[in-house]
Design a protein around this ligand. Structure first.
Ligand SMILES: *[C@@H]1O[C@H](CO)[C@@H](O)[C@H](O)[C@H]1NC(C)=O
Ligand SMILES: *[C@@H]1O[C@H](CO)[C@@H](O)[C@H](O)[C@H]1NC(C)=O
Length: 141
């Protein structure tokens, strides 16, 4: 009992400082490759990051620490077209995580007239970009 309490205190302190360290960090880039404005609404599991408008070739990026359950989705509007994309989930993590801790991992999204593409580097299109989804023209009545 004499040693137990100090050890408990040390473990608790270590655990809490680890939990608040950002061990794995991502920065996601979304680039609009459509020659018109698009609007997207970004939200995580925990936070609403609001609406953003991107002009042609404009880019939006944000950085976040990855914790268990970290997830971002975005609803995109282009004129009458619409789509909802999981811009960060386990699959995107798998594709873009290079195993490095305490550094920022990057992942790129390219929004094109023919759909949504992601890639671990900002290659010249089509390069290694993978298509995730088409635009949907279903009206959002
Ligand atoms: C975000 O933009 C969409 C599309 O223009 C709109 O329907 C929605 O109401 C906006 N949301 C906010 C919070 O401004
Ligand atoms: C991606 O590469 C293009 C072409 O080199 C460049 O213009 C653009 O700024 C880059 N985008 C990002 C998000 O780094």
């Amino acid at each position: 009992m004499k040693f137990f309490l100090p050890f408990l205190l040390i473990f608790t302190t270590l655990f809490l400082s680890c939990a608040s360290l950002d061990i794995i960090n991502f920065r996601i880039y979304i680039t609009n490759a459509i020659e018109e404005d698009i609007v997207f609404h970004l939200q995580s599991k925990w936070q609403d990051l609001g609406n953003h408008t991107l002009a042609f070739n404009q880019e939006f990026d944000w950085k976040f620490p990855v914790k268990i359950g970290t997830y971002y989705k975005a609803e995109f509007w282009w004129g009458s077209k619409f789509q909802t994309i999981s811009v960060f989930n386990y699959h995107i993590f798998d594709v873009c995580f290079n195993g490095a801790l305490f550094t920022v991992q990057r992942c790129y999204w390219l929004v094109r007239p023919d759909g949504f593409y992601y890639h671990v580097t900002n290659d010249t299109f089509p390069g290694g970009w993978t298509k995730s989804a088409f635009w949907s023209s279903k009206s959002m009545a």
